[in-house]
Design a protein around this ligand. Structure first.
Ligand code: GLA
Length: 377
Protein backbone atom coordinates (compact mmCIF):
# COMPACT_ATOMS: atom_id res chain seq x y z
CA UNK A 1 0.00 0.00 0.00
CA UNK A 2 1.35 3.46 -0.83
CA UNK A 3 1.98 6.00 1.91
CA UNK A 4 -1.00 8.04 0.70
CA UNK A 5 -3.30 5.03 0.87
CA UNK A 6 -2.08 4.16 4.36
CA UNK A 7 -2.67 7.70 5.56
CA UNK A 8 -6.15 7.80 4.03
CA UNK A 9 -7.05 4.47 5.58
CA UNK A 10 -5.82 5.54 9.01
CA UNK A 11 -7.76 8.78 8.71
CA UNK A 12 -11.04 7.05 7.90
CA UNK A 13 -10.52 4.45 10.62
CA UNK A 14 -9.87 7.13 13.22
CA UNK A 15 -12.36 9.80 12.28
CA UNK A 16 -14.97 7.93 10.24
CA UNK A 17 -14.88 10.39 7.31
CA UNK A 18 -12.57 11.31 4.48
CA UNK A 19 -10.16 14.24 4.46
CA UNK A 20 -8.17 16.20 1.92
CA UNK A 21 -4.54 15.28 1.16
CA UNK A 22 -1.66 17.77 1.09
CA UNK A 23 2.03 17.20 0.59
CA UNK A 24 5.30 19.15 0.80
CA UNK A 25 8.79 18.00 -0.14
CA UNK A 26 12.20 17.84 1.46
CA UNK A 27 15.14 19.24 -0.48
CA UNK A 28 18.66 18.89 -1.74
CA UNK A 29 21.06 21.80 -2.07
CA UNK A 30 23.66 21.75 -4.84
CA UNK A 31 25.78 24.49 -3.28
CA UNK A 32 25.40 27.54 -1.00
CA UNK A 33 25.43 26.11 2.51
CA UNK A 34 24.98 28.35 5.56
CA UNK A 35 24.69 31.31 3.23
CA UNK A 36 20.92 31.85 3.58
CA UNK A 37 21.03 33.52 7.00
CA UNK A 38 23.96 35.61 5.73
CA UNK A 39 21.86 37.16 2.98
CA UNK A 40 23.65 35.11 0.31
CA UNK A 41 22.69 32.70 -2.48
CA UNK A 42 21.51 29.10 -2.22
CA UNK A 43 20.93 26.53 -4.97
CA UNK A 44 18.35 24.01 -3.77
CA UNK A 45 15.83 21.73 -5.44
CA UNK A 46 12.79 19.95 -4.01
CA UNK A 47 12.90 16.14 -3.92
CA UNK A 48 10.12 13.64 -4.50
CA UNK A 49 10.21 12.56 -0.83
CA UNK A 50 8.30 14.64 1.68
CA UNK A 51 5.55 14.82 4.26
CA UNK A 52 1.93 14.10 3.40
CA UNK A 53 -1.08 14.89 5.58
CA UNK A 54 -4.77 14.12 5.38
CA UNK A 55 -6.66 16.99 6.94
CA UNK A 56 -10.29 17.84 7.67
CA UNK A 57 -11.73 20.71 9.70
CA UNK A 58 -13.65 19.27 12.68
CA UNK A 59 -15.84 22.22 13.70
CA UNK A 60 -14.17 22.62 17.10
CA UNK A 61 -11.10 24.53 18.24
CA UNK A 62 -9.11 21.34 18.77
CA UNK A 63 -6.39 19.91 16.58
CA UNK A 64 -6.32 16.13 16.80
CA UNK A 65 -3.29 14.62 15.11
CA UNK A 66 -1.83 11.19 14.52
CA UNK A 67 1.77 10.88 13.28
CA UNK A 68 1.85 7.56 11.46
CA UNK A 69 5.63 7.03 11.40
CA UNK A 70 6.00 7.72 15.09
CA UNK A 71 2.71 6.09 16.10
CA UNK A 72 2.10 9.23 18.11
CA UNK A 73 -1.28 10.67 18.93
CA UNK A 74 -1.77 14.15 20.27
CA UNK A 75 -4.13 17.07 20.52
CA UNK A 76 -4.14 20.71 21.49
CA UNK A 77 -6.51 23.64 21.43
CA UNK A 78 -5.59 26.26 18.85
CA UNK A 79 -6.13 28.95 21.52
CA UNK A 80 -3.70 27.34 23.99
CA UNK A 81 -1.08 29.94 24.73
CA UNK A 82 1.35 27.51 26.28
CA UNK A 83 3.46 25.56 23.88
CA UNK A 84 3.47 21.77 24.05
CA UNK A 85 6.33 19.95 25.79
CA UNK A 86 7.09 17.56 22.96
CA UNK A 87 9.43 18.99 20.33
CA UNK A 88 7.67 17.07 17.64
CA UNK A 89 4.29 18.57 18.47
CA UNK A 90 5.75 22.07 18.54
CA UNK A 91 6.09 22.06 14.77
CA UNK A 92 2.37 21.54 14.32
CA UNK A 93 1.36 23.85 17.14
CA UNK A 94 3.85 26.47 15.92
CA UNK A 95 2.61 26.51 12.36
CA UNK A 96 -1.01 26.78 13.51
CA UNK A 97 -0.13 29.76 15.71
CA UNK A 98 1.96 31.40 12.99
CA UNK A 99 -0.88 31.08 10.49
CA UNK A 100 -3.26 32.65 13.03
CA UNK A 101 -0.80 35.47 13.57
CA UNK A 102 -0.84 36.10 9.84
CA UNK A 103 -4.58 36.63 9.98
CA UNK A 104 -5.80 33.23 8.78
CA UNK A 105 -9.06 32.21 10.50
CA UNK A 106 -7.77 28.82 11.59
CA UNK A 107 -10.23 26.39 13.18
CA UNK A 108 -9.75 22.96 14.69
CA UNK A 109 -8.94 20.04 12.41
CA UNK A 110 -8.23 16.35 12.41
CA UNK A 111 -5.15 15.02 10.70
CA UNK A 112 -3.10 11.92 10.02
CA UNK A 113 0.34 12.53 8.59
CA UNK A 114 3.54 10.76 7.70
CA UNK A 115 6.41 10.90 5.28
CA UNK A 116 9.16 9.25 3.34
CA UNK A 117 11.81 11.91 3.80
CA UNK A 118 14.27 10.54 6.36
CA UNK A 119 14.32 12.44 9.67
CA UNK A 120 17.60 14.03 10.72
CA UNK A 121 19.23 13.35 7.34
CA UNK A 122 19.74 17.00 6.41
CA UNK A 123 16.94 16.82 3.83
CA UNK A 124 14.64 19.23 5.69
CA UNK A 125 11.96 16.92 6.97
CA UNK A 126 10.93 19.65 9.41
CA UNK A 127 10.46 22.27 6.69
CA UNK A 128 8.39 19.71 4.76
CA UNK A 129 6.17 19.24 7.80
CA UNK A 130 5.74 22.99 8.31
CA UNK A 131 5.04 23.68 4.64
CA UNK A 132 2.63 20.78 4.34
CA UNK A 133 0.47 22.12 7.18
CA UNK A 134 0.91 25.74 6.15
CA UNK A 135 -0.46 24.81 2.72
CA UNK A 136 -3.29 22.76 4.19
CA UNK A 137 -4.35 25.51 6.60
CA UNK A 138 -4.08 28.20 3.95
CA UNK A 139 -6.26 26.18 1.58
CA UNK A 140 -8.87 24.86 4.00
CA UNK A 141 -9.37 28.11 5.91
CA UNK A 142 -9.20 30.42 2.90
CA UNK A 143 -5.93 32.00 4.00
CA UNK A 144 -4.85 33.49 0.66
CA UNK A 145 -1.26 33.87 1.83
CA UNK A 146 1.48 33.74 -0.82
CA UNK A 147 3.95 30.88 -1.04
CA UNK A 148 6.62 33.15 0.38
CA UNK A 149 4.39 34.03 3.34
CA UNK A 150 3.85 30.34 4.02
CA UNK A 151 7.60 29.75 3.86
CA UNK A 152 8.12 32.58 6.35
CA UNK A 153 5.48 31.09 8.66
CA UNK A 154 7.46 27.83 8.59
CA UNK A 155 10.73 29.61 9.33
CA UNK A 156 9.12 31.52 12.21
CA UNK A 157 7.95 28.20 13.62
CA UNK A 158 11.57 27.02 13.76
CA UNK A 159 12.73 30.25 15.36
CA UNK A 160 10.00 30.65 17.95
CA UNK A 161 8.78 27.15 18.75
CA UNK A 162 11.69 24.84 17.99
CA UNK A 163 14.62 27.15 18.78
CA UNK A 164 16.59 26.75 15.52
CA UNK A 165 17.53 30.13 14.05
CA UNK A 166 17.48 28.77 10.51
CA UNK A 167 17.56 30.71 7.27
CA UNK A 168 14.82 30.59 4.64
CA UNK A 169 16.24 28.06 2.17
CA UNK A 170 14.40 24.93 3.31
CA UNK A 171 10.92 26.41 3.61
CA UNK A 172 11.40 28.45 0.45
CA UNK A 173 12.20 25.45 -1.70
CA UNK A 174 9.57 23.25 -0.07
CA UNK A 175 7.00 25.84 -1.24
CA UNK A 176 8.55 26.84 -4.61
CA UNK A 177 10.09 23.59 -5.90
CA UNK A 178 9.47 22.66 -9.54
CA UNK A 179 10.08 19.20 -11.02
CA UNK A 180 13.30 19.01 -13.03
CA UNK A 181 14.56 22.40 -11.80
CA UNK A 182 16.98 23.68 -9.24
CA UNK A 183 16.46 27.21 -8.00
CA UNK A 184 18.97 29.92 -7.31
CA UNK A 185 17.59 32.09 -4.56
CA UNK A 186 19.04 35.39 -3.47
CA UNK A 187 18.19 35.23 0.22
CA UNK A 188 18.56 38.98 0.65
CA UNK A 189 16.25 40.24 -2.10
CA UNK A 190 14.07 37.14 -2.33
CA UNK A 191 14.65 37.03 -6.11
CA UNK A 192 14.90 33.58 -7.60
CA UNK A 193 15.50 31.86 -10.89
CA UNK A 194 14.79 28.28 -11.98
CA UNK A 195 17.67 26.35 -13.58
CA UNK A 196 16.58 23.24 -15.52
CA UNK A 197 18.68 20.40 -14.16
CA UNK A 198 19.65 17.90 -16.86
CA UNK A 199 23.26 17.05 -16.16
CA UNK A 200 23.94 14.93 -19.22
CA UNK A 201 26.11 11.97 -18.29
CA UNK A 202 25.97 12.68 -14.54
CA UNK A 203 23.69 11.84 -11.65
CA UNK A 204 23.09 13.30 -8.22
CA UNK A 205 22.85 10.86 -5.36
CA UNK A 206 22.69 11.27 -1.60
CA UNK A 207 24.45 8.93 0.77
CA UNK A 208 22.81 8.99 4.17
CA UNK A 209 25.49 8.30 6.78
CA UNK A 210 22.65 7.61 9.21
CA UNK A 211 24.44 9.70 11.78
CA UNK A 212 21.43 11.68 12.95
CA UNK A 213 21.88 15.37 12.82
CA UNK A 214 19.77 17.31 15.22
CA UNK A 215 19.85 21.06 14.84
CA UNK A 216 17.72 21.66 17.91
CA UNK A 217 19.95 23.20 20.57
CA UNK A 218 22.91 22.44 18.37
CA UNK A 219 25.91 24.55 17.45
CA UNK A 220 23.90 25.68 14.40
CA UNK A 221 22.77 28.77 16.29
CA UNK A 222 26.36 29.43 17.40
CA UNK A 223 27.49 29.46 13.77
CA UNK A 224 24.87 32.03 12.97
CA UNK A 225 25.94 34.12 15.97
CA UNK A 226 29.57 34.09 14.81
CA UNK A 227 28.51 35.41 11.41
CA UNK A 228 26.46 38.16 13.03
CA UNK A 229 29.40 39.11 15.26
CA UNK A 230 31.65 39.55 12.24
CA UNK A 231 29.07 41.50 10.25
CA UNK A 232 28.59 43.82 13.21
CA UNK A 233 32.33 44.39 13.62
CA UNK A 234 32.59 45.07 9.90
CA UNK A 235 29.74 47.58 10.13
CA UNK A 236 27.68 45.57 7.65
CA UNK A 237 24.14 44.31 7.72
CA UNK A 238 25.22 40.79 6.76
CA UNK A 239 28.26 38.85 5.55
CA UNK A 240 26.84 39.01 2.04
CA UNK A 241 28.58 42.37 1.72
CA UNK A 242 31.86 41.33 3.30
CA UNK A 243 34.83 40.77 0.99
CA UNK A 244 38.34 39.51 1.76
CA UNK A 245 39.79 43.01 2.18
CA UNK A 246 37.11 43.98 4.64
CA UNK A 247 37.51 40.75 6.60
CA UNK A 248 41.27 41.12 6.80
CA UNK A 249 40.99 44.75 7.87
CA UNK A 250 39.07 43.68 11.01
CA UNK A 251 41.01 40.43 11.54
CA UNK A 252 42.57 41.58 14.83
CA UNK A 253 39.22 42.43 16.33
CA UNK A 254 37.87 38.92 15.73
CA UNK A 255 38.23 35.68 17.63
CA UNK A 256 39.89 32.88 15.62
CA UNK A 257 36.60 31.03 15.55
CA UNK A 258 34.56 33.94 14.22
CA UNK A 259 37.27 34.65 11.65
CA UNK A 260 37.18 31.05 10.36
CA UNK A 261 33.40 31.08 10.11
CA UNK A 262 33.43 34.29 8.08
CA UNK A 263 36.20 32.95 5.85
CA UNK A 264 33.99 30.01 4.97
CA UNK A 265 30.96 32.19 4.22
CA UNK A 266 32.84 34.59 1.94
CA UNK A 267 34.39 31.65 0.08
CA UNK A 268 31.02 29.95 -0.26
CA UNK A 269 29.51 33.07 -1.77
CA UNK A 270 32.19 32.95 -4.48
CA UNK A 271 31.65 29.23 -5.01
CA UNK A 272 27.93 29.63 -5.65
CA UNK A 273 28.64 32.24 -8.31
CA UNK A 274 31.32 30.00 -9.85
CA UNK A 275 28.81 27.15 -10.01
CA UNK A 276 26.23 29.38 -11.73
CA UNK A 277 28.83 30.25 -14.38
CA UNK A 278 29.85 26.62 -14.76
CA UNK A 279 26.23 25.58 -15.25
CA UNK A 280 25.83 28.10 -18.06
CA UNK A 281 28.54 26.15 -19.94
CA UNK A 282 27.46 22.67 -18.75
CA UNK A 283 30.80 22.32 -17.01
CA UNK A 284 29.93 19.72 -14.39
CA UNK A 285 33.56 18.97 -13.57
CA UNK A 286 33.86 22.55 -12.33
CA UNK A 287 30.63 22.18 -10.36
CA UNK A 288 32.14 19.11 -8.72
CA UNK A 289 35.40 20.90 -7.83
CA UNK A 290 33.40 23.62 -6.11
CA UNK A 291 31.46 20.99 -4.15
CA UNK A 292 34.68 19.49 -2.79
CA UNK A 293 35.89 22.98 -1.89
CA UNK A 294 32.65 23.61 -0.03
CA UNK A 295 33.16 20.42 1.92
CA UNK A 296 36.67 21.46 2.90
CA UNK A 297 35.30 24.79 4.12
CA UNK A 298 32.50 23.16 6.08
CA UNK A 299 34.92 20.69 7.58
CA UNK A 300 37.84 22.89 8.58
CA UNK A 301 36.50 26.45 8.84
CA UNK A 302 32.82 26.10 9.63
CA UNK A 303 33.36 22.85 11.56
CA UNK A 304 29.99 21.28 10.92
CA UNK A 305 31.14 17.92 9.56
CA UNK A 306 31.93 14.69 11.40
CA UNK A 307 34.20 11.64 10.90
CA UNK A 308 31.57 9.49 9.21
CA UNK A 309 30.75 12.17 6.67
CA UNK A 310 34.41 13.04 6.01
CA UNK A 311 34.98 9.36 5.34
CA UNK A 312 32.17 9.31 2.77
CA UNK A 313 33.53 12.38 0.99
CA UNK A 314 37.09 11.03 0.99
CA UNK A 315 35.87 7.71 -0.35
CA UNK A 316 34.00 9.50 -3.13
CA UNK A 317 37.12 11.45 -4.05
CA UNK A 318 39.28 8.30 -4.12
CA UNK A 319 36.76 6.61 -6.39
CA UNK A 320 36.91 9.51 -8.85
CA UNK A 321 33.49 11.00 -8.10
CA UNK A 322 33.08 14.45 -9.70
CA UNK A 323 31.87 16.27 -6.58
CA UNK A 324 30.92 15.39 -3.01
CA UNK A 325 30.20 17.28 0.18
CA UNK A 326 28.13 17.29 3.35
CA UNK A 327 24.64 18.69 2.69
CA UNK A 328 22.37 20.84 4.83
CA UNK A 329 22.92 22.12 8.34
CA UNK A 330 25.63 19.58 9.12
CA UNK A 331 26.67 17.41 12.09
CA UNK A 332 25.71 14.19 10.28
CA UNK A 333 23.03 13.38 7.74
CA UNK A 334 23.83 13.01 4.03
CA UNK A 335 26.51 13.73 1.52
CA UNK A 336 25.43 14.98 -1.89
CA UNK A 337 27.41 13.48 -4.77
CA UNK A 338 27.70 14.40 -8.42
CA UNK A 339 28.70 11.17 -10.14
CA UNK A 340 29.40 10.21 -13.74
CA UNK A 341 26.82 7.68 -14.97
CA UNK A 342 29.62 5.28 -15.84
CA UNK A 343 30.89 5.30 -12.25
CA UNK A 344 27.54 5.26 -10.50
CA UNK A 345 27.08 1.55 -9.72
CA UNK A 346 30.65 1.06 -8.60
CA UNK A 347 30.55 4.19 -6.45
CA UNK A 348 27.38 3.20 -4.67
CA UNK A 349 28.51 -0.35 -3.99
CA UNK A 350 32.05 0.49 -2.91
CA UNK A 351 30.91 3.30 -0.65
CA UNK A 352 28.38 1.14 1.15
CA UNK A 353 30.88 -1.72 1.56
CA UNK A 354 33.68 0.48 2.83
CA UNK A 355 31.36 2.35 5.18
CA UNK A 356 30.06 -0.91 6.59
CA UNK A 357 33.52 -2.28 7.25
CA UNK A 358 34.76 0.97 8.78
CA UNK A 359 31.81 2.03 10.94
CA UNK A 360 29.60 -1.07 10.99
CA UNK A 361 26.74 1.04 9.64
CA UNK A 362 24.69 0.37 6.51
CA UNK A 363 24.53 3.73 4.81
CA UNK A 364 21.51 4.49 2.69
CA UNK A 365 21.61 5.43 -0.97
CA UNK A 366 19.04 8.02 -2.07
CA UNK A 367 18.95 8.75 -5.82
CA UNK A 368 17.88 12.36 -6.38
CA UNK A 369 14.79 13.14 -8.45
CA UNK A 370 13.88 16.83 -8.48
CA UNK A 371 10.17 17.15 -7.71
CA UNK A 372 7.46 19.74 -7.14
CA UNK A 373 6.79 22.03 -4.19
CA UNK A 374 3.95 21.91 -1.64
CA UNK A 375 0.48 21.25 -3.01
CA UNK A 376 -2.97 19.80 -2.52
CA UNK A 377 -3.10 16.28 -3.94
C1 GLA B 1 19.56 24.08 7.65
C2 GLA B 1 18.76 25.38 7.77
C3 GLA B 1 18.88 26.21 6.49
C4 GLA B 1 20.32 26.41 6.07
C5 GLA B 1 21.06 25.07 6.07
C6 GLA B 1 22.52 25.23 5.81
O1 GLA B 1 19.00 23.24 6.68
O2 GLA B 1 17.41 25.10 8.01
O3 GLA B 1 18.24 27.45 6.68
O4 GLA B 1 20.97 27.34 6.88
O5 GLA B 1 20.90 24.38 7.30
O6 GLA B 1 22.73 25.70 4.53
Amino acid sequence: MSLLQQLKQQFTTRYGVEGVAFTAPGRINLIGEHTDYNGGFVFPGAVTQGITAIVRPNGSSKVRAYALDLDLECSFDIHDTEMPESTHLRYLYGIVREMMERGVKVEGFDTVYGGDVPLGAGMSSSAALECCFATAINTLFDGRLSKMDLALAGQATEHKYVGVKCGIMDQFISMHGKAGNLVRLDCRSGEYRYFPWHPNGYRLVLINSRVKHDLVGSPYNERRKSCENVALKAGLESLRDCDWDKLNSIRDALSDTDYSRAKYVIGEHERVLAVCDALERDDYEEVGRQMYATHAGLRYDYEVSCDEIDFLVETAEKLGVTGSRIMGGGFGGCTINLVKESLYDQFVKETCDRNKSTFGIECKVIPVIIGDGARKL
